[in-house]
Design a protein around this ligand. Structure first.
Ligand SMILES: [Zn+2]
Ligand SMILES: [Zn+2]
Length: 339
């Protein structure tokens, strides 16, 4: 019997889960962003302005869904900005009713246009101001509070943040890591984070990966340095409705991409089957030395079967197009598959 790793039924919805508008330091309004992304085939944007959780229900219609979210950051103090490490997390509300900001401080952390919207923020007035510290304990506490209060939590752009194994190996409890942050890549940082994802998976963290834009739109949308519409996830869900989409996020019913499509992914006994648009090669990464690669060179391939040895820790698949652009599945742990 097939075990579908991407659901057999439902539709794919193209989504950008990390987006800045002119409510913080982005250039475009939420309405302009909706227009730009819909023109490029998107159905979902999570608005994740810096430290400000606002809802955009006026954008929703039968072909578009705005998810509510915000991006939190905590940085090393006492160093010059170019050298200071920082940790950024996106919190995306799992329910449209969840617009109470957590880790809130009444007078700190807002910058750029976010400051103008301070009065709109809803928070639990019975709680003291939340002081952030750049320590694993505080970062893990923020992740814990995000999850506990109904948010999907992503760990963002480790390369731009100057974080390496010494930091991220201590972080736990997030739902996903950014395997691609397009805006950072456009800025000259190698925020293709396959190695970071593998490090975390090998460390026992059962987390998903997302590709996202983190767009600020400082460059026009159709120019070479535009940071929009370059990295996304394809969510498979029954319908375009808030809880159906966030439910699919929580279940990992999505893959990440910068171009190639993945149309099917299933396991049958010890064989993993993937179907995709034409690519140069398809790689199975396993967390150990059981990786495999299938290719037909320039001719290209549209599917592959990988027979597992049984000694893999997990597997995840990358499909690489002839122009180098990749699609990435989430990781699947063998002990979960056998259940
Ligand atoms: Zn960030
Ligand atoms: Zn951001």
């Amino acid at each position: 019997m097939r075990k579908y790793l991407l659901p057999q039924n439902g539709n794919f919805y193209k989504a950008n889960l990390h987006c800045h508008s002119d409510y913080s330091d982005g250039k475009l309004s939420p309405q302009d962003l909706k227009q730009l992304y819909m023109k490029n085939g998107y159905s979902v944007i999570a608005f994740t302005d810096h430290d400000i959780l606002l809802e955009h229900p006026e954008l929703n219609d039968e072909n578009f869904l705005a998810l509510n979210g915000y991006e939190l950051e905590v940085s090393e103090s006492g160093k010059k900005w170019p050298d200071s490490k920082t940790c950024h997390l996106c919190f995306i509300a799992l329910s449209p009713d969840n617009i109470t900001q957590v880790c809130w401080h009444r007078s700190k952390y807002l910058f750029s246009n976010s400051v103008k919207h301070r009065e709109k923020v809803r928070f639990d007035e019975s709680l003291p101001d939340y002081e952030r510290k750049y320590t694993p304990a505080c970062i893990n506490d923020m992740i814990r509070l995000g999850r506990k209060n109904g948010f999907f939590v992503t760990y963002n752009h480790p390369s731009w943040s100057l974080e390496d194994y010494r930091e991220y190996s201590n972080y736990r409890g997030m739902n996903a890591i950014e395997i691609v942050n397009f805006s950072c890549c456009v800025g000259g940082y190698d925020d293709h984070n396959g190695r970071v994802y593998d490090d975390m998976l090998r460390g026992g963290k059962k987390i998903f990966c997302i590709a996202a834009d983190d767009n600020h739109n400082n460059h026009e949308s159709n120019t070479p340095k535009s940071d929009s519409c370059g990295a996304y996830i394809m969510i498979k869900a029954e319908r375009l409705e808030y809880s159906a989409i966030t439910g699919a996020l929580e279940s990992g019913d999505f893959y990440s991409s910068q171009g190639p499509e993945i149309t099917a992914l299933w396991a049958k006994k010890d064989v993993i089957h993937i179907e995709c648009s034409t690519v140069r090669e398809i790689t199975l990464l396993t967390g150990n030395r059981s990786c495999q690669l299938k290719t037909a060179g320039a001719k290209g391939i549209k599917e592959a079967d990988f027979k597992l040895n049984g000694d893999e820790i997990y597997f995840r698949i990358e499909a690489v197009r002839h122009d180098g652009k990749k699609a990435y599945t989430n990781a699947y742990f063998l002990d979960d598959l056998r259940r």
